[in-house]
Design a protein around this ligand. Structure first.
Ligand code: NAP
Length: 291
């Protein structure tokens, strides 16, 4: 009589919560902000530029400004109408680049389609590019030189490190290649000696890439696009997606059954992005205070 196959044991992944780690980082930011005020009389200042009234962008900006205020960072909002031209936006961003009371500049993405977003980003002084969106910051990251990281990938690296995820030699798959998220994410993983594959909308046989991923970062912007069955058993799954209804790019329940570590949505990558933004703002203010 042949032996009965043993049914696969249901697994349950561990959560990689961003909320607790982000709170630690923000508490440290608040301490550093107060120390800077005591030492120099200068309070770190973050200017946020919002063009138009896209409801999601309004929510993100409000959230970031509230967190900044709680961390002792002065927060200024520059709100421009949806009809703002590229030249007007560039001029507004340049004025902030030249304002000594502003240490960090965040231009909320996306801007209306008629605006040349790259031109507007490049008007940010690299020393104030706390969101890591300029070509200078991107090149610094790519060459492993000091500079401000793109906040979401930077936050994801912190989360992976906090959970002691081994990266060297492991197969990392990043689904998405946007300039603010997917592309820098892969480069940061590469800099840590992971073997990186980028997948995107033209990728042929996405499933075979996903099945090989020891570390999977989903940055697509499609609700529950990646299913539990797509995930390699024991993989580390980072869901950077944030879709309407607080839904990520990964089927959370399915991932919890297959993976070893999973970020929740909300409470995973999102809080880490804001924490890194605030941390980089206080770093920029400290650097300016030294001059
Ligand atoms: P994006 O600019 O729209 O980029 C999406 C990427 O997904 C593109 O590279 C696209 O490929 C790829 N893609 C689309 N359909 C695909 C498919 N069928 N198969 C494989 N790849 C596909 O979006 P993003 O700004 O990077 O944002 C991605 C997600 O992250 C969104 O949900 C966003 O809300 C979220 N996000 C979260 C945070 C946070 O703090 N938590 C921050 C930023 C973004 P192509 O390049 O070929 O078009």
């Amino acid at each position: 009589m042949s032996a009965q196959p043993t049914p696969a044991q249901p697994r349950s992944a561990q959560l990689m919560s961003g909320t607790a780690l982000a709170a630690e980082i923000v508490a440290d930011v608040a301490r550093r902000a107060e120390a800077l005020v005591e030492r120099t009389g200068v309070r770190p200042g973050l200017a946020t530029v919002l063009v138009g009234d896209d409801p999601a962008s309004v929510t993100y900006v409000t959230m970031k400004r509230n967190r900044a205020a709680k961390a002792g960072i002065d927060s200024r909002l520059v709100r421009l109408p949806a009809a703002t031209t590229t030249a007007e936006l560039v001029a507004a961003v340049r004025a902030l680049s030249e304002d000594p009371t502003v240490h960090g500049i965040l231009l909320q993405h996306p801007v209306p389609a008629h605006i040349d977003e790259r031109a507007a980003f490049e008007a940010i002084d690299p020393a104030k590019d706390v969101d890591g969106v300029t070509m200078h910051s991107f090149a610094a990251m790519a060459f492993g030189e000091p500079g401000f990281a793109s906040c979401t990938p930077g936050g994801i690296m912190r989360l992976l490190d906090a959970h002691n995820v081994e990266l060297t030699g492991r197969q990392a798959v990043v689904v998405g290649r946007s300039p603010i998220l997917g592309k820098p994410m892969g480069m940061l993983l590469l800099a840590r000696d992971a073997t990186v594959t980028y997948c995107h909308s033209r990728t042929v046989d996405l499933a075979s890439h996903l099945a090989a991923a020891d570390i999977l970062v989903a940055a697509v912007g499609r609700p529950e696009f990646i299913k539990g069955r797509d995930i390699k058993p024991g993989a580390v799954v980072v869901d950077a997606g944030y879709n309407p209804g607080n839904v990520g790019d990964v089927d959370f329940a399915g991932a919890m059954e297959r993976a070893s570590l999973v970020t929740p949505v909300p409470g995973g990558v999102g809080p880490m992005t804001i924490a890194v933004l605030l941390e980089q703002t206080v770093t920029a203010a400290e650097a300016a205070g030294c001059m």
